[in-house]
Design a protein around this ligand. Structure first.
Ligand code: HEM
Length: 439
């Protein structure tokens, strides 16, 4: 199959594509796409070596060509000393203690959304999931809710970025992007410029207000942060890159996951009833808060299982700094992408019984959890480059889902189809019309 057709089938559904690849060719598969060589690795021990045991021997490198164009040199795309310095400065923002204060705002935003739902009828939940997550990101990352105008601008920008990415991510994509050569590249540039405009506006407002350290949100902390060793702080350009990185990495992924969660709840009434029974028992009618996260185990298992079947970040890559030899004798030169097929690993029958079934219970039974290899579940990656916002995302997903289940029943109407739509991330396709009934 030619590389163009190969890429086209990949973007239909990379998770299904990885599964087929492993079934056919095994654990370590060498591929060539146009001029680019890569290896897709399903072998958990090798992945552990790359991501956990010897992470300093690898970089994100060229593998993230197309995203660097948008994200600049933020945490996701940077490597080496720059990455270590920024990670150290940003890490305190995301500790469980520091994200707890955002729990009440998250629940208030979810309730605000639900106040506008009908007593009974069809709600297109994808846009709501997107809006809630954007508003929570606004509060947690920038210290204020985005207004209607900013939300609209960001929605449109994300759409342009995602649509452009499918075309622009291919071989030669970086050049096309940089020079705005193709319609897709032009669309992405427009999307990036819109995001930049909103973020730069917020940064300059905040610098002028001079209230940097007061709010405890990400932007305040970035503006106020000083390196312990040399006292240096972030430049405006660095703050921009980190803020855009966090917004795109944090909001889009969480919105997509919430969309998958709600659709799966609509399709699986028994699992929904089980989670709701827990919500009623734990909350007894009051609003959820950070203190309930530990007790909402079944709701958390719904989120975990959703992230297994439909990880928004369906793969990542590493490039070796020096030549490395992988099992099977594959010698990789620097600049060769090693693909970590997260979505494929999550459906590997060696680690997961009936991998295509939606079964939150597999995260509740302690013996089953303990028996599973740690590397078989990587929705947030692992090692020193593990997702910095995972606690923030999980807090938001559990609290929003619990609040929705507390107030509404969800049902997928006849003929409802759940399919992926793939851009930067893998989200559920379409508007997700669910039948909702107020309790
Ligand atoms: C359900 C939601 C999310 C998912 C599925 C997700 C997934 C991931 C994954 C798989 C990685 C590791 C990539 C790699 O190893 O190459 C990652 C890294 C990252 N994520 Fe998330 N993420 C989510 C939410 C968030 C949130 C809420 C934020 C910030 C507010 C965030 C910010 C980041 C950053 C900055 C990195 C790069 C960390 C580093 O390399 O040091 N993510 N994410």
């Amino acid at each position: 199959m030619g590389s163009a057709r190969w890429l086209a089938t990949f973007f239909d559904d990379p998770v299904a594509w990885y599964t087929r690849l492993r079934d056919r060719y095994g654990d370590i598969v060498g591929l060539r796409v146009g001029p680019i060589g890569m290896v897709v690795c399903f072998d958990l021990d090798t992945l552990e070596r790359i991501m956990v045991r010897e992470p300093r021997d690898y970089v994100k490198g060229d593998g993230l060509r197309a995203t660097r164009f948008v994200l600049g040199n933020g945490l996701i795309t940077s490597d080496g000393e720059l990455h270590r310095r920024h990670r150290k400065l940003a890490a305190p923002v995301f500790t469980p203690r520091n994200i707890e204060p955002f729990a009440d705002a998250t629940v208030a935003i979810a309730n605000d959304m639900l106040d506008a739902w009908p007593e009974r009828g069809t709600v297109h939940v994808a846009r709501h999931a997107y809006d809630v997550s954007l508003r929570v990101a606004g509060v947690g990352l920038f210290g204020s809710d985005f207004d209607e105008h900013e939300r609209e601008a960001l929605h449109e920008a994300m759409r342009q970025l995602n649509e452009g990415y499918r075309t622009a991510a291919g071989p030669g994509g970086t050049q096309a992007l940089r020079h705005g050569l193709t319609p897709a590249a032009r669309r992405m540039r427009r999307g990036r410029d819109h995001v930049d405009e909103v973020i730069r506006g917020i940064i300059s407002q905040r610098r002028e207000a001079g209230d940097a350290a007061r709010l405890g949100d990400l932007l305040s902390r970035l503006l106020a942060a000083r390196d312990e060793d040399d006292g240096s702080s972030f430049t405006d350009e660095e703050v921009r890159d980190e803020a855009v990185t966090m917004l795109l990495a944090g909001h889009d992924t969480t919105a997509a996951t919430l969309g998958w969660c709600l659709a799966l709840m609509g399709l699986h009434p028994k699992e929904q009833a089980r989670a709701r029974a827990e919500v009623d028992e734990v909350l007894g009618g009051r609003a959820a808060g950070a203190g309930d996260l530990r007790a909402l185990r079944t709701v958390r298992a719904v989120v975990d299982e959703t992230l297994r079947l439909h990880p928004a970040v369906y793969s990542t890559v590493r490039d070796p700094i020096e030549p490395v030899t992988l099992p099977g004798g594959h010698v990789l030169r620097p600049g060769t992408d090693i693909v970590v097929p997260i979505g494929g690993i999550h459906r590997d029958p060696r680690w997961w019984d009936e991998p295509l079934d939606f079964r939150p219970g597999r995260f509740l039974d302690e013996a089953t959890v303990r028996a599973r290899p740690r590397m078989a579940y990587l929705p947030f990656g692992t090692g020193p480059r593990i997702c910095i916002g995972s606690s923030f995302a999980l807090q938001e997903l559990v609290l929003v889902l619990a609040t929705i289940l507390q107030r509404y029943e969800l049902a997928a109407p006849a003929g409802f189809e759940l399919r992926p739509h793939v851009g930067f991330i893998r989200r559920p396709e379409g508007s997700l019309p669910l039948e909702v009934t107020r309790r």
